[in-house]
Write a protein that binds this ligand. Sequence first.
Ligand code: BGC
Length: 744
Amino acid sequence: MKKTLTTLAVLALSAGIANAQQIPAYLDKNKPLDERVEDALSRMTTEEKVAIIHAQSKFGSPGVKRLGIPEVWTDDGPHGVRPEVYWDEWEQAGWTNDSCVAFPALTCLAASWNPDVAYLYGKNIGEEARYRNKHVLLGPGVNILRTPLCGRNFEYMGEDPYLAGVMCVPYIQGLQSNGVAACVKHYCLNNQEVNRHTTNVKVDDRTLYELYLPAFKAAVDGGAWTVMGAYNLYKDQHNCHNEYTLNGILKGEWGFDGALVSDWGGTHDTDQAITNGLDMEFGSWTNGLSKGASNAYDNYYLAQPYLQAIKDGRVGTKELDDKARRVLKLIFRTAMNPDRPWGSMLSPEHYAAARQIGDEGIVLLQNNGGLLPIKGSPKKILVVGENAVKMMTVGGGSSSLKVQREVSPLQGLIDAAPEGCEVVYARGYVGDIGGEYNGVTSGQNLADDRTPAELIADAVAKAKDADYVIFVGGLNKASHQDCEDSDRAGLELPYGQDEVISALAAANPNLVVVNISGNPVAMPWVAQVPAIVQAWYLGSEAGNSIADVLYGRVCPSGKLPMTFPVKLSDVAAHSFGELSYPGIPRNDGSKIVDQEYLEGLYVGYKWNDKQKIKPLFPFGHGLSYTTFEYGKLTADKSEVNADDTVTFTIPVTNTGSVAGSEIVQLYISDDKASVDRPAKELKGFAKVNLAPGETKDVTITIGKDALSFFDPDKHQWVAEPGTFTASAAASADDIRSTCKFKLK
Ligand code: BGC
C-alpha cells in the first residue's frame, strides 16, 4: 500500500523527528495532557522555552515555530472582544471585521444572581473570542468592591466573595468550552485604581482568606486556565511576582495548574519574575492602556535578561521548565485543542444573550405607588439626560470596545413606545462629550453650549405636560468616573445631575430615574423620586433591555451585588483615615504607598450590620412588578456533624398579578464564636420563577465551609461546634424567616 505522509508527520519531519510516521507524543491528542507537555518540553531548547514565556507583540506570545506549536493570542475582556491593534502599538489596526457584541458589564451579570446566565455570558463571549482566534480572554474580574470610588468596580462582581465566586465559575466554564482560556483578574488585593502600580496592601490573614481570595479560589477550583497577577503589591512584592500569593497560595495551597499571566506592565524584576510564580510576561514598558515602547520584547524581564542569567550560571532551569510547562499546557488546552469549536461573531444569539443578561441584571431600586411599568396609553414620554444617548462601550480603559451596534436607552424607548406615544428628548446636563478610546471613536457629537440653567429650563418645560419623565444619567467611562487607572472623586453624581433630577421631580410627579453606572452613587433626591432603576452598563442591547423593564415586557428580577451607601463616610474603607484609603506614601525615596485594610472583614453589608448603618439600598435589594411572600424556613437536620450538609427549604409564593423571579438569599450567623465574626454572611442563594399565585419550595444546601472562619494561627478553616442561625432573606436588610441548627 502506498504510504502518504500525514500533516502531522510532515510537521514531525520538519521538526527533525526521526520516525516521522509515528506521531510524536505532543501532537497526539489521545495522549494525556501532561505526557504531551513533557514530550514537547523535552524537544525545546532553552531559547525556545524563554521565548514562549514572554510577549512578542502587545497581546501575543510566539509559540515554537520549529515544532509547529502556535502563538498564543490574548485579548480583553471582560465584556466583549477588544478590537485589533497593530503588532507593536496601541493604535487601531484598522480592521473592518473586528467589531463585537458588547455584553453587559460584570456588575450587571452579578446582579442577575443567576449562574445559568453567567454560563450563557461565558459561552457567548467565548464564541466571539474563538471566532476571532483568541486563545485567552482577559477576564472575568473578581476583585471585591471595597470602596465605591474604585474606577474598575464595573468590571467586577460586587462586594460579596460568595456571590462573586458562584457567579464567576459558570462564566469561566462557558468561555472555556470554546477552547478559549479565561484569565481571572486581578489577583489579588487590587481594590482601587489610584496608585495601582505602587500601593502595598496590608491586610490580616483572616480578611485575606475570607474576603479577598474566595472568588479567585472558586475560579481556580472551577478550572480557570489562566490567572492575571495584579499591579499592586502585597508584603512589599508586586503581585505579578509574589512569593506569598503566587507560589504560596495560588500554586501551593490551591494547586493551580494553569499559567499566571502578568498584568500589562506589571513585571518589575527579573529575579522575582523567575522565582516568584510568574509564567507569562506581557506589556512590560507599556502602561497597559495606551503608551508603550517599541520592540521592547527582548528586554522583557523574562527575555534576554533571563537567558543571560541562565547562561551565566546565575540561575538554573527548574523554574523555566515549570513556566514553559504551564504555557504549553495553555496552548494544548486552547490553540492546539483539535476539539475546539469554530465560534461565531455578531450572531443574533449573541445579541439575544446580551439582552437577556441585561434584562436579568437591571435592578428596580424603588417603585413608589407602582409607577413602573409604564402603563395606560401615554401620549408623551420625556427622556432626559446625557446617558440616554451617550455610547458607553467606548472608554473605561482596557475593557473599551468597538461594537457593531449599541442601542441607546433613548432609541430603545422610542422603538418600543406604546402606539400613539411620542417620545421626546431633552439633554438636561452636559457631562463628558468625549467619545474616543485608543483610536476607537463613538462618532457622536455631544457638544452643547447651553448653560446648566438653560438645559434645566428646557427639560422642565418639556416635562410639564409629559405623562412620564425618564431621567437617564449616572456615571460614564471617562477618567475619574467608571474608568481604569483612576478613582472617582466622590460618591455624588457628577455634572450637576442632582439639580436636574430635583427640578424634574418638582415639575412632574411621574419621574423615573435610570442610573447608569458600575458603582453606587449618592441619591440625595431619593425621597422626591418615585421610581429608581439601576441599569449598569448594558452593552450592545442597552436600550432594548431598559425598554424591556420600563415598559413591563420583562419583570425586573435583579438584585444589588453591592451596598448603596447614603454617604461615603458610611463606607468602612473610608472610616479609618488615609492609611485605609487611599494609602500613605512611604517617604523613603521609593514610590511605595502603604495602605492597610483597617476595616478587616467588615466590608459592605457586614460593616452596616456591625455599625448599625442604614444604607440607601442594601446589598441584595431589588424589587419586582410582583410581590413575594416567604413561608417558614426549615432545615433538614437540627444537628449536624462537621462533614454533613444541611438543606434548607422555604416556600415562596408569588402574591402579585404577574409572573416574576425572586432571588432568595441565605445568610448564616454563628451565634457564639471564639473570634469576632460578621453578624451574618451570604452562603447560598437561589433564583426562582413563579407564576401569579404559584408557590414553590426553594431549597439551598450548605456544607461545613459555610460555617467556617479562617484561623490564621492554625492556617486552616475552622467550624466551631455550637448553634448557628440561618436566615432566608430578600436582601441583607430584609430577613423573612430564620431557623437554628447545631454543629456537633
Ligand atoms: C489592565 C488589564 C488588561 C490589560 C491588557 C491592563 O492595563 O489592568 O485588566 O487586561 O491592561 O489590556
